[in-house]
Design a protein around this ligand. Structure first.
Ligand code: AMP
Length: 359
């Protein structure tokens, strides 16, 4: 059993070498930990700032063994970690946070909504869809428009198709490759909000102020935080975070995507059992950002304050937008965060800028 709290100079394992892993590794280093990053890429954004990098696939037994021997606790920067990876790491006896239940729930949209509803958290109406026939029946039951999504491995709006008429449901199912899907009723939302929450090893829960999010083509474009919200919304978000994090016996930071549907009512769209793009504003808006908070939580340290000390507009820099780094770095109110990626493919997240204003 790993003794918590972990003392400085302990090693923290991170599965995944992208920008979230990079910012986690930087936060870990600031608290005196060594980050050990495992990912398939030799020169990854996270690997280049970590104390140590293990290059290997997420199901490579040797790489996983090395990671479990090197690290006192292992976390991840993406939720689609194969279940076999977690089982193997658990068999090596290393602590993993968040735990396998949170991952399993968030990997499957039907499991996720079933868990949420059972925990007393509202979502849109939904139905599991396993065949073209199911799709037509579900569309007839839920009404159209409705959104068909693959149950697993969707992200940034991929693996989703709107069904405008029940007659088109079967074709929509085939267009997603005939894999297991979920049909969701359309959320009549006024705004998309998110809450970044953290739960410590002692069960303490903290929430950052909510962010208001704007997407383009299924990808997050910007977050404005703290969002202007009513006390009812703040209270509702707090209740949701407690139900979800306690319900999963969660340790670490979680991003909870919300639909505000009016009248102080929130529906949960999606859970991300990790640091989240809509929480990047905390880097320049709060004393302790979501990355440090996650490291504190999984290391068994006390959680840090979450109040906003600045108002922030976070803009994702996609593809060639990051080429304007010199102009962006010249903005007095801009705090530039670049991920050190080599290929600026269109739409790829290359960095973000936090434009700060006094609260
Ligand atoms: P997701 O991949 O589930 O986060 O969905 C990506 C985006 O699609 C969300 O941020 C919403 O803008 C939109 N969306 C997802 N689910 C629904 C829904 N049931 N009703 C309306 N819009 C949705």
């Amino acid at each position: 059993m790993t003794p918590f709290p972990l003392p400085p100079r302990s090693a923290i394992g991170i599965l995944g070498g992208g920008q979230l892993g990079r910012m986690l590794a930087l936060a870990a280093a600031r608290l005196g930990f060594d980050a050990v990053v495992l990912g398939p890429e030799a020169d990854s954004p996270a690997g280049r700032v970590a104390a140590r990098q293990i290059v290997g696939a997420f199901d490579d037994p040797l790489a996983l063994k090395q990671l479990s021997q090197a690290a006192s606790v292992i976390t991840f920067e993406f939720e689609n970690v194969p279940a076999s990876t977690l089982e193997r790491l658990a068999a090596y006896g290393v602590a993993i946070a968040p735990g396998s239940r949170a991952l399993a729930v968030s990997q499957d949209r039907v499991e996720e909504k079933t868990f949420l509803n059972a925990a007393g958290v509202a979502t849109v109406a939904f139905q599991a869809v396993n065949s073209a026939e199911d799709a037509a029946l579900a569309a007839a039951r839920l009404g159209t428009p409705a959104l068909l999504k693959t149950r697993r491995e969707g992200y940034d709006g991929k693996g989703q198709v709107w069904i405008e008429h029940a007659a088109k449901a079967a074709a929509a199912f085939e267009s997603l490759g005939g894999v297991a899907c979920i049909l969701e009723a359309a959320a009549p939302f006024e705004r998309e909000l998110s809450v970044i929450a953290a739960r410590g090893r002692d069960g303490e829960i903290v929430l950052y102020p909510l962010g208001e999010n704007h997407h383009e083509n299924g990808v997050l474009r910007r977050t404005n935080a703290p969002a202007r919200i009513t006390p009812q919304i703040a209270e509702h978000a707090e209740r949701i975070a407690h139900q979800v994090l306690n319900g999963l016996d969660y340790v670490g930071v979680m991003g909870i995507e919300l639909f505000e549907v009016g009248g102080g009512v929130l529906l949960v769209n999606e859970l991300a059992p990790r640091v989240h793009n809509t929480g990047h504003w905390t880097q320049d808006g709060c004393e302790v950002d979501q990355f440090e908070q996650h490291i504190r939580a999984i290391a068994g340290w006390p959680l840090g304050p979450t109040d906003a000390i600045r108002r922030v507009e976070m803009i994702n820099l996609l593809g060639a937008e990051a080429d304007d780094w010199l102009a962006l770095a010249s903005e007095p109110e801009g705090r530039l965060h670049l991920y050190g990626k080599y290929g600026a493919a269109p739409g790829r997240k290359m960095g973000h800028i936090n434009r700060v204003h006094s609260v």
